[in-house]
Design a protein around this ligand. Structure first.
Ligand code: AOF
Ligand code: ZN
Length: 363
Protein backbone atom coordinates (compact mmCIF):
# COMPACT_ATOMS: atom_id res chain seq x y z
CA UNK A 1 0.00 0.00 0.00
CA UNK A 2 1.32 3.44 -0.89
CA UNK A 3 1.22 6.38 1.51
CA UNK A 4 -1.55 7.89 -0.58
CA UNK A 5 -3.65 4.73 -0.27
CA UNK A 6 -3.00 4.51 3.46
CA UNK A 7 -4.36 8.00 4.17
CA UNK A 8 -7.18 7.67 1.66
CA UNK A 9 -8.33 4.43 3.30
CA UNK A 10 -8.43 6.22 6.63
CA UNK A 11 -10.57 8.97 5.08
CA UNK A 12 -12.84 6.32 3.51
CA UNK A 13 -13.26 4.48 6.81
CA UNK A 14 -14.17 7.65 8.67
CA UNK A 15 -16.63 8.62 5.96
CA UNK A 16 -18.25 5.18 5.92
CA UNK A 17 -19.01 5.45 9.62
CA UNK A 18 -21.58 8.16 8.74
CA UNK A 19 -23.57 5.79 6.54
CA UNK A 20 -27.26 6.51 6.92
CA UNK A 21 -27.00 10.05 8.24
CA UNK A 22 -25.74 12.22 5.37
CA UNK A 23 -28.40 11.78 2.74
CA UNK A 24 -29.21 13.21 0.29
CA UNK A 25 -25.53 14.19 0.51
CA UNK A 26 -22.63 11.79 -0.11
CA UNK A 27 -20.33 10.14 2.40
CA UNK A 28 -17.09 12.10 2.36
CA UNK A 29 -13.97 11.88 4.50
CA UNK A 30 -10.81 13.95 4.57
CA UNK A 31 -7.37 13.71 6.18
CA UNK A 32 -4.68 16.40 6.22
CA UNK A 33 -1.05 15.30 6.45
CA UNK A 34 1.89 17.59 7.07
CA UNK A 35 5.43 16.28 7.34
CA UNK A 36 4.23 12.67 7.66
CA UNK A 37 1.96 13.55 10.55
CA UNK A 38 -1.85 13.64 10.53
CA UNK A 39 -2.82 17.17 11.51
CA UNK A 40 -6.52 17.16 10.68
CA UNK A 41 -9.38 14.75 10.01
CA UNK A 42 -12.94 15.45 9.02
CA UNK A 43 -16.10 13.82 7.75
CA UNK A 44 -19.32 15.12 6.35
CA UNK A 45 -21.86 14.28 9.03
CA UNK A 46 -25.16 15.71 7.87
CA UNK A 47 -26.60 17.62 4.93
CA UNK A 48 -26.52 21.33 5.70
CA UNK A 49 -23.48 20.97 7.95
CA UNK A 50 -19.84 21.64 6.97
CA UNK A 51 -18.19 19.44 4.39
CA UNK A 52 -15.43 16.99 5.35
CA UNK A 53 -12.56 19.23 4.21
CA UNK A 54 -13.80 22.17 6.27
CA UNK A 55 -13.75 20.14 9.50
CA UNK A 56 -10.25 18.87 8.69
CA UNK A 57 -8.93 22.35 7.82
CA UNK A 58 -10.36 23.80 11.02
CA UNK A 59 -8.71 21.07 13.04
CA UNK A 60 -5.35 21.48 11.31
CA UNK A 61 -5.31 25.27 11.74
CA UNK A 62 -1.89 26.66 10.79
CA UNK A 63 -0.62 23.13 10.05
CA UNK A 64 -2.61 23.21 6.79
CA UNK A 65 0.08 25.41 5.23
CA UNK A 66 2.15 23.34 2.85
CA UNK A 67 0.21 20.17 3.73
CA UNK A 68 -1.41 17.44 1.63
CA UNK A 69 -5.15 16.94 1.93
CA UNK A 70 -6.80 13.60 1.13
CA UNK A 71 -10.47 13.76 0.13
CA UNK A 72 -12.68 10.84 -0.88
CA UNK A 73 -14.69 13.08 -3.24
CA UNK A 74 -13.66 16.02 -5.40
CA UNK A 75 -13.84 19.20 -3.30
CA UNK A 76 -16.90 21.21 -4.23
CA UNK A 77 -16.89 24.38 -6.31
CA UNK A 78 -20.41 25.64 -5.72
CA UNK A 79 -22.04 27.94 -3.21
CA UNK A 80 -24.54 25.48 -1.74
CA UNK A 81 -25.54 25.20 1.88
CA UNK A 82 -21.81 25.74 2.60
CA UNK A 83 -19.09 27.64 0.69
CA UNK A 84 -16.89 25.94 -1.93
CA UNK A 85 -14.34 23.59 -0.35
CA UNK A 86 -11.92 24.06 -3.26
CA UNK A 87 -11.63 27.74 -2.34
CA UNK A 88 -11.18 26.93 1.36
CA UNK A 89 -8.35 24.56 0.43
CA UNK A 90 -6.62 27.26 -1.59
CA UNK A 91 -7.03 29.78 1.22
CA UNK A 92 -5.64 27.35 3.80
CA UNK A 93 -2.35 27.19 1.88
CA UNK A 94 -2.57 23.46 1.17
CA UNK A 95 -0.10 22.48 -1.54
CA UNK A 96 -1.33 19.08 -2.70
CA UNK A 97 -4.81 17.54 -3.01
CA UNK A 98 -5.32 13.79 -3.40
CA UNK A 99 -8.85 12.86 -4.52
CA UNK A 100 -10.43 9.41 -4.76
CA UNK A 101 -13.07 10.26 -7.33
CA UNK A 102 -14.60 13.22 -9.17
CA UNK A 103 -17.96 14.46 -7.92
CA UNK A 104 -20.76 13.15 -10.20
CA UNK A 105 -22.83 16.20 -9.19
CA UNK A 106 -23.19 18.13 -12.47
CA UNK A 107 -22.88 21.35 -10.43
CA UNK A 108 -19.37 20.38 -9.36
CA UNK A 109 -17.86 17.70 -11.58
CA UNK A 110 -14.41 18.79 -12.75
CA UNK A 111 -14.88 22.36 -11.56
CA UNK A 112 -13.43 21.68 -8.10
CA UNK A 113 -10.26 20.28 -9.64
CA UNK A 114 -10.04 23.27 -11.98
CA UNK A 115 -10.17 25.79 -9.12
CA UNK A 116 -7.36 23.93 -7.36
CA UNK A 117 -5.17 23.61 -10.43
CA UNK A 118 -5.67 27.22 -11.40
CA UNK A 119 -4.37 28.16 -7.96
CA UNK A 120 -1.20 26.18 -8.67
CA UNK A 121 -2.02 23.26 -6.39
CA UNK A 122 -0.91 19.75 -7.33
CA UNK A 123 -3.98 17.53 -7.80
CA UNK A 124 -3.96 13.74 -7.95
CA UNK A 125 -7.25 11.99 -8.84
CA UNK A 126 -8.08 8.28 -8.65
CA UNK A 127 -6.56 6.96 -5.40
CA UNK A 128 -8.96 4.25 -4.08
CA UNK A 129 -11.46 5.36 -6.70
CA UNK A 130 -13.53 2.15 -6.73
CA UNK A 131 -14.00 2.11 -2.96
CA UNK A 132 -15.20 5.68 -2.93
CA UNK A 133 -17.62 5.14 -5.83
CA UNK A 134 -19.03 2.01 -4.24
CA UNK A 135 -19.52 3.73 -0.90
CA UNK A 136 -21.60 6.43 -2.61
CA UNK A 137 -23.66 4.23 -4.93
CA UNK A 138 -26.81 5.92 -3.63
CA UNK A 139 -25.58 9.48 -4.07
CA UNK A 140 -24.05 8.73 -7.49
CA UNK A 141 -27.42 7.73 -8.87
CA UNK A 142 -29.57 10.27 -7.06
CA UNK A 143 -27.53 13.35 -7.94
CA UNK A 144 -27.68 12.53 -11.64
CA UNK A 145 -31.09 10.90 -12.07
CA UNK A 146 -33.02 12.65 -9.26
CA UNK A 147 -34.78 9.40 -8.40
CA UNK A 148 -33.89 7.14 -5.47
CA UNK A 149 -31.41 4.27 -5.61
CA UNK A 150 -33.71 1.27 -5.26
CA UNK A 151 -32.75 -1.83 -3.28
CA UNK A 152 -35.00 -4.87 -3.40
CA UNK A 153 -34.67 -7.04 -0.34
CA UNK A 154 -36.19 -10.44 0.16
CA UNK A 155 -35.81 -13.50 2.37
CA UNK A 156 -36.41 -16.89 0.80
CA UNK A 157 -36.21 -20.58 1.62
CA UNK A 158 -33.76 -22.75 -0.30
CA UNK A 159 -36.61 -23.56 -2.71
CA UNK A 160 -37.15 -19.88 -3.36
CA UNK A 161 -40.34 -19.25 -1.36
CA UNK A 162 -41.09 -16.07 0.60
CA UNK A 163 -44.00 -17.68 2.47
CA UNK A 164 -45.86 -20.97 2.75
CA UNK A 165 -49.00 -21.68 0.72
CA UNK A 166 -51.00 -20.38 3.71
CA UNK A 167 -49.05 -17.06 3.57
CA UNK A 168 -47.12 -17.82 6.73
CA UNK A 169 -43.65 -16.31 6.72
CA UNK A 170 -42.51 -15.85 10.32
CA UNK A 171 -39.65 -16.50 10.19
CA UNK A 172 -37.76 -17.63 7.16
CA UNK A 173 -34.32 -16.48 8.24
CA UNK A 174 -32.71 -16.55 11.66
CA UNK A 175 -32.00 -13.69 14.03
CA UNK A 176 -28.63 -12.65 12.54
CA UNK A 177 -30.06 -12.10 9.06
CA UNK A 178 -33.02 -10.21 10.51
CA UNK A 179 -30.68 -7.90 12.40
CA UNK A 180 -28.95 -7.19 9.09
CA UNK A 181 -32.29 -6.04 7.70
CA UNK A 182 -32.51 -3.46 10.47
CA UNK A 183 -29.13 -2.13 9.38
CA UNK A 184 -30.52 -1.84 5.85
CA UNK A 185 -33.53 0.06 7.10
CA UNK A 186 -31.20 2.37 8.98
CA UNK A 187 -29.33 3.11 5.76
CA UNK A 188 -32.32 3.79 3.54
CA UNK A 189 -34.31 7.01 3.46
CA UNK A 190 -37.57 5.20 2.72
CA UNK A 191 -38.99 1.70 2.92
CA UNK A 192 -41.81 0.50 0.68
CA UNK A 193 -44.46 -2.21 1.02
CA UNK A 194 -47.89 -2.86 -0.45
CA UNK A 195 -51.05 -2.40 1.55
CA UNK A 196 -51.47 -6.19 1.43
CA UNK A 197 -48.45 -6.56 3.70
CA UNK A 198 -49.91 -4.02 6.13
CA UNK A 199 -53.28 -5.81 6.18
CA UNK A 200 -51.62 -9.18 6.68
CA UNK A 201 -48.83 -8.38 9.18
CA UNK A 202 -49.53 -4.91 10.61
CA UNK A 203 -45.78 -4.20 10.52
CA UNK A 204 -44.09 -1.15 12.05
CA UNK A 205 -41.35 -0.94 9.41
CA UNK A 206 -39.02 0.74 11.88
CA UNK A 207 -35.33 0.21 12.62
CA UNK A 208 -34.85 -1.80 15.76
CA UNK A 209 -31.30 -0.71 16.51
CA UNK A 210 -29.90 1.44 19.28
CA UNK A 211 -30.02 5.00 17.86
CA UNK A 212 -31.56 3.56 14.69
CA UNK A 213 -32.99 5.97 12.18
CA UNK A 214 -36.42 5.13 10.84
CA UNK A 215 -36.99 5.41 7.12
CA UNK A 216 -40.10 7.11 5.76
CA UNK A 217 -42.73 4.38 5.41
CA UNK A 218 -44.16 4.23 1.90
CA UNK A 219 -47.31 2.20 1.30
CA UNK A 220 -48.73 1.50 -2.17
CA UNK A 221 -52.48 1.37 -1.80
CA UNK A 222 -54.52 1.93 -4.98
CA UNK A 223 -57.90 2.20 -3.23
CA UNK A 224 -56.89 3.32 0.29
CA UNK A 225 -57.59 0.11 2.15
CA UNK A 226 -55.03 1.11 4.80
CA UNK A 227 -56.82 0.77 8.20
CA UNK A 228 -56.79 3.82 10.46
CA UNK A 229 -55.79 1.44 13.27
CA UNK A 230 -52.68 0.16 11.44
CA UNK A 231 -49.50 0.67 13.44
CA UNK A 232 -47.90 2.66 10.60
CA UNK A 233 -50.76 5.13 11.04
CA UNK A 234 -50.98 5.28 14.82
CA UNK A 235 -47.49 4.74 16.24
CA UNK A 236 -45.96 8.10 15.25
CA UNK A 237 -42.53 6.43 14.93
CA UNK A 238 -41.84 7.72 11.41
CA UNK A 239 -43.64 9.56 8.62
CA UNK A 240 -46.06 7.40 6.61
CA UNK A 241 -46.67 8.26 2.96
CA UNK A 242 -49.38 6.50 0.99
CA UNK A 243 -49.41 6.37 -2.80
CA UNK A 244 -52.85 5.85 -4.24
CA UNK A 245 -54.68 6.21 -7.56
CA UNK A 246 -57.47 8.57 -8.67
CA UNK A 247 -60.00 5.84 -7.80
CA UNK A 248 -59.57 6.20 -4.03
CA UNK A 249 -62.34 7.15 -1.59
CA UNK A 250 -62.02 10.88 -0.72
CA UNK A 251 -63.50 10.41 2.76
CA UNK A 252 -60.91 7.77 3.59
CA UNK A 253 -58.25 10.13 2.31
CA UNK A 254 -59.44 12.87 4.68
CA UNK A 255 -59.45 10.46 7.62
CA UNK A 256 -55.92 9.26 6.88
CA UNK A 257 -54.67 12.81 6.43
CA UNK A 258 -56.25 13.78 9.74
CA UNK A 259 -54.27 10.93 11.30
CA UNK A 260 -51.04 12.46 9.93
CA UNK A 261 -50.57 10.32 6.82
CA UNK A 262 -49.36 12.08 3.68
CA UNK A 263 -51.22 11.02 0.53
CA UNK A 264 -49.83 11.12 -3.00
CA UNK A 265 -52.19 10.48 -5.92
CA UNK A 266 -50.60 9.03 -9.04
CA UNK A 267 -51.98 9.72 -12.49
CA UNK A 268 -52.34 6.13 -13.57
CA UNK A 269 -55.49 4.28 -12.58
CA UNK A 270 -55.69 0.58 -11.73
CA UNK A 271 -52.48 -0.32 -9.91
CA UNK A 272 -50.16 2.36 -8.51
CA UNK A 273 -47.45 2.94 -11.12
CA UNK A 274 -43.97 2.22 -9.66
CA UNK A 275 -42.20 4.66 -11.97
CA UNK A 276 -44.49 7.47 -10.85
CA UNK A 277 -43.72 6.51 -7.25
CA UNK A 278 -39.94 6.76 -7.65
CA UNK A 279 -40.29 10.04 -9.50
CA UNK A 280 -42.44 11.55 -6.74
CA UNK A 281 -40.09 10.21 -4.06
CA UNK A 282 -37.16 11.82 -5.86
CA UNK A 283 -39.01 15.14 -5.79
CA UNK A 284 -39.29 14.70 -2.02
CA UNK A 285 -35.45 14.26 -1.90
CA UNK A 286 -35.70 10.59 -1.00
CA UNK A 287 -32.33 9.33 -2.26
CA UNK A 288 -32.63 5.66 -1.30
CA UNK A 289 -35.56 3.29 -1.25
CA UNK A 290 -35.72 -0.19 0.24
CA UNK A 291 -38.46 -2.40 -1.16
CA UNK A 292 -39.68 -5.04 1.25
CA UNK A 293 -42.77 -5.84 -0.76
CA UNK A 294 -44.54 -9.04 -1.55
CA UNK A 295 -44.19 -10.85 -4.89
CA UNK A 296 -46.43 -8.51 -6.86
CA UNK A 297 -44.87 -5.25 -5.69
CA UNK A 298 -41.37 -6.68 -6.21
CA UNK A 299 -42.33 -7.97 -9.65
CA UNK A 300 -43.76 -4.62 -10.75
CA UNK A 301 -40.59 -2.71 -9.81
CA UNK A 302 -38.44 -5.36 -11.47
CA UNK A 303 -40.45 -5.38 -14.70
CA UNK A 304 -40.13 -1.61 -14.97
CA UNK A 305 -36.35 -1.99 -14.53
CA UNK A 306 -36.42 0.19 -11.43
CA UNK A 307 -34.37 -2.09 -9.16
CA UNK A 308 -30.71 -1.06 -8.81
CA UNK A 309 -29.61 -3.60 -6.22
CA UNK A 310 -30.96 -6.94 -5.05
CA UNK A 311 -30.35 -8.41 -1.61
CA UNK A 312 -31.69 -11.91 -1.00
CA UNK A 313 -31.28 -13.75 2.28
CA UNK A 314 -31.48 -17.49 1.69
CA UNK A 315 -32.40 -19.78 4.58
CA UNK A 316 -31.43 -23.45 4.37
CA UNK A 317 -35.05 -24.60 4.63
CA UNK A 318 -37.57 -26.16 2.25
CA UNK A 319 -41.29 -25.44 2.26
CA UNK A 320 -42.57 -26.39 -1.21
CA UNK A 321 -46.06 -25.73 -2.50
CA UNK A 322 -47.16 -24.70 -5.99
CA UNK A 323 -49.07 -21.77 -4.54
CA UNK A 324 -46.38 -20.65 -2.14
CA UNK A 325 -45.11 -17.29 -3.46
CA UNK A 326 -41.61 -16.62 -4.73
CA UNK A 327 -40.03 -13.20 -4.44
CA UNK A 328 -40.74 -11.90 -7.95
CA UNK A 329 -44.19 -12.31 -9.50
CA UNK A 330 -45.69 -10.29 -12.34
CA UNK A 331 -45.77 -11.85 -15.79
CA UNK A 332 -42.09 -12.61 -15.83
CA UNK A 333 -39.79 -12.91 -18.80
CA UNK A 334 -40.58 -15.41 -21.50
CA UNK A 335 -37.26 -17.14 -22.05
CA UNK A 336 -34.14 -17.90 -20.09
CA UNK A 337 -32.17 -16.03 -22.75
CA UNK A 338 -33.94 -12.85 -21.59
CA UNK A 339 -32.96 -13.34 -17.93
CA UNK A 340 -31.56 -10.26 -16.23
CA UNK A 341 -28.05 -10.99 -15.06
CA UNK A 342 -26.56 -9.54 -11.90
CA UNK A 343 -23.12 -7.98 -11.71
CA UNK A 344 -20.73 -7.68 -8.73
CA UNK A 345 -22.42 -10.59 -7.01
CA UNK A 346 -21.28 -11.39 -3.50
CA UNK A 347 -22.29 -14.02 -0.94
CA UNK A 348 -21.88 -13.76 2.78
CA UNK A 349 -22.75 -16.21 5.56
CA UNK A 350 -24.98 -14.77 8.27
CA UNK A 351 -25.51 -17.31 11.04
CA UNK A 352 -27.23 -20.26 9.35
CA UNK A 353 -28.30 -18.15 6.35
CA UNK A 354 -26.68 -16.71 3.24
CA UNK A 355 -26.86 -13.16 1.97
CA UNK A 356 -26.65 -12.66 -1.79
CA UNK A 357 -26.09 -9.17 -3.17
CA UNK A 358 -26.02 -8.20 -6.83
CA UNK A 359 -26.78 -5.42 -9.28
CA UNK A 360 -29.20 -6.16 -12.14
CA UNK A 361 -27.86 -5.31 -15.57
CA UNK A 362 -30.88 -4.57 -17.77
CA UNK A 363 -30.47 -5.25 -21.47
C1 AOF B 1 -17.34 18.25 -0.62
N1 AOF B 1 -17.16 17.77 0.62
O1 AOF B 1 -17.89 16.72 2.43
C2 AOF B 1 -19.35 16.91 0.62
C3 AOF B 1 -19.52 17.37 -0.72
O2 AOF B 1 -25.80 21.26 -0.02
P1 AOF B 1 -24.33 21.34 0.18
O3 AOF B 1 -23.75 22.71 0.13
O4 AOF B 1 -23.86 20.57 1.40
O5 AOF B 1 -23.68 20.63 -1.08
C4 AOF B 1 -23.92 19.30 -1.32
C5 AOF B 1 -23.11 18.89 -2.52
O6 AOF B 1 -21.73 19.04 -2.24
C6 AOF B 1 -23.31 17.42 -2.87
O7 AOF B 1 -24.33 17.24 -3.82
C7 AOF B 1 -21.95 17.06 -3.42
O8 AOF B 1 -21.84 17.45 -4.77
C8 AOF B 1 -21.01 17.90 -2.59
N2 AOF B 1 -20.66 17.17 -1.36
N3 AOF B 1 -18.49 18.00 -1.29
O9 AOF B 1 -16.46 18.94 -1.15
C9 AOF B 1 -18.11 17.11 1.28
N4 AOF B 1 -20.36 16.30 1.29
ZN1 ZN C 1 -17.55 21.07 -0.20
Amino acid sequence: MTNHEFYMKLALQNAAAMKGQTDPNPLVGSVIVNDNRIVGVGVHMKAGEPHAEIHAIRMAGEHSRGATIYVTLEPCSHYGRTGPCAVAIVEAGIKRVVIATLDPNPLVSGRGVRILEEAGIEVIVGVCEEESRKMNEVFNKFIVRKTPFVTLKSAVTMDGKIASYTSNSKWITSETAREDVHLLRNQNAAILVGVGTVLHDDPQLTTRLPNGRNPVRVILDSTLRLPLEARVVTDGEAPTWVFTTPSHDPDKRKALEAAGVKIFVTERTGRVDPSEVVKLLGEQLISSLLIEGGSEINGSFFEQKLVDKVIVYVAPKLIGGRNAPTFLAGTGLEKMSEAVELSDVSVQTLGKDFKFVGYPVYP
